[in-house]
Design a protein around this ligand. Sequence first.
Ligand code: ZN
Length: 134
Amino acid sequence: MDWLHSLLFHDGQFLGIQWHVWKVVGWLGNVVFTSRFLVQWHATEKSKKVVVPALFWWLSLTGSLLLLAYAGLYQRDSVFVAAYAFSWIPYLRNLLIHHRNERARKECTACGHTTEAAARFCPQCGASLPASHP
Ligand SMILES: [Zn+2]
């Protein structure tokens, strides 16, 4: 296991990185932001159609804000800051729309299954659902 230790730790650095608080913030932002693709891919494979779950937008928002903090407060790199300065807007908007859709879902009185607000029939039991009120 000495080979593993010397591979991970070299010259007092872990993975060749001089670690400090801002490096942790930046790498955490990278991991969170990148993990959103795994979440979206998993959701799509699971449902056999292209799906973007709310967790994707939460990971996008959190990761981009961490990277924006790293870029603006530590790196002070205008290119990097510009890349993340406004990306939070569509992430937040999509989360708001998702929240509104979740709140407007209908519950079937026959079987208790919940479905989207626009549905006219329960996809579980086929019972007629009341009309939506915008
Ligand atoms: Zn039903």
